[in-house]
Write a protein that binds this ligand. Structure first.
Ligand code: KG4
Ligand code: ZN
Length: 339
């Protein structure tokens, strides 16, 4: 056991953020470096996988160097490396995984692979020391919409997920259509604050489906049809009302299913995770609805909702402690499952 056995370097390259972080003891953030590729993807109104891969190659080394510098530690102080090995874009994942393997091999330190969704959930453990399983996690991001029963540490049951678009994807596509910029979630969130969520009654897809799955592509079409109709009729469009009504349709279903999942599993805690967990309306509505039911709600601070490597380092620290190791011949899995 070395004196710095608790310093874990996290590496995250599953989508369009190149990120590295140093976390001590699985909870103390020594550095958190995220290099966003937004400016290269925004003109395409979405992530272009080929561009993402090339930018990861360009940024991975400087980002890791900056994470070490910010944490005031050297390569030889590291005790382990944790890297996202799925789910995500394969061409993006391989950059982080190849870098992590090379570093772990040269430094002769343990390497562990972390599921990106587990990382998002662990962002909550980092900031809320009172949080412990069992709980229900609603993981909503650009690539995922999953309702997960976290039975114990590292023990997950997927209760339901989106059958088509992910929540963040719906925000990004609607924002793209309305020319609000990319990523669309923060833009819609901001505009919706001045709107009336009851102005337009968009469909609450699968609200009464009796399961824990979601569907967002119909809502996206309903929004597009509404806008096209108003434009064709020459009527004025209230962007704030449209944004607020769209958000309400997404949030209502997510809140209702999350609470029902907690009730059915008999747990008194729910957590939000992923980029869309930054959404003001989702946080507010869920907080309001769980309170009278005696259910506690946790969510990460805004910076830890979206992709980062701190959450990967934290989740990886606990896996390393259990002795788990990522083989040098293992490959990243773009469809990696949590269970
Ligand atoms: O977790 P994340 O950084 O990447 C993935 O794992 O996909 O999530 C990014 C997604 C984007 O779709 C973005 O539009 C959305 O999170 N997002 C938001 C907000 N902030 C980011 N969606 C709604 N409201 C927000 N405030
Ligand atoms: Zn993510």
């Amino acid at each position: 056991m070395t004196k710095n056995e608790d310093l874990v370097l996290g590496i995250e390259t599953s989508c369009d953020e190149t990120a590295a972080a140093i976390v001590k003891d699985g909870k103390e953030i020594l550095s958190d470096v995220v290099s966003s590729q937004v400016k290269w993807h925004e003109k395409f109104k979405g992530v272009v996988p080929e561009i993402a891969s090339r930018k990861h190659v360009e940024f991975i080394n400087p980002v890791i160097e900056e994470a070490l510098l910010e944490a005031k530690v050297g390569f030889h102080d590291l005790s382990g490396i944790a890297v996202t090995f799925g789910p995500g874009l394969i061409g993006a994942l391989v950059i982080g995984v190849a870098t992590a393997k090379a570093m772990a091999y040269v430094l002769n330190i343990p390497l562990v692979g972390v599921n990106h969704l587990e990382g998002h959930i662990y962002a909550n453990f980092l900031e809320h020391s009172e949080l412990s399983p069992p709980f229900i996690a609603l993981v909503v991001s650009g690539g995922h919409t999953s309702l997960i029963y976290v039975e114990d540490y590292q023990k997950y049951k997927i209760l339901g997920q989106t059958l088509d678009d992910a929540a963040g994807e719906a925000f990004d596509k609607i924002a793209g259509f309305l020319d609000l910029g990319y990523p669309g979630g923060p833009a819609i969130d901001k505009i919706a604050k001045d709107g009336n969520p009851r102005a337009i009654n968009f469909p609450r897809a699968m609200m009464s489906s009796g399961d824990f799955n979601f569907s967002l592509s119909g809502l996206k079409t309903a929004v597009l049809n509404h806008v096209s109709r108003l434009r064709a009729e020459g009527k004025e469009l209230s962007l704030p009302d449209l944004a607020a009504s769209f958000e309400a349709a997404v949030v209502d279903v997510q809140v209702s299913k999350t609470i029902r999942a907690a009730e059915e599993e008999g747990v008194k805690t729910v957590v939000l995770a992923g980029g869309v967990a930054a959404n003001t309306s989702l946080r507010r509505k869920l907080a309001k609805e769980v309170e009278p039911k005696g259910i506690k709600l946790f969510y990460p601070s805004l910076g830890l909702c979206t992709d980062n490597a701190v959450m990967i380092a934290a989740a990886g620290y606990f896996r390393l402690k259990t002795g788990e190791r990522f083989c040098f011949d293992a490959v990243p899995d773009p469809n990696l499952s949590l269970t």
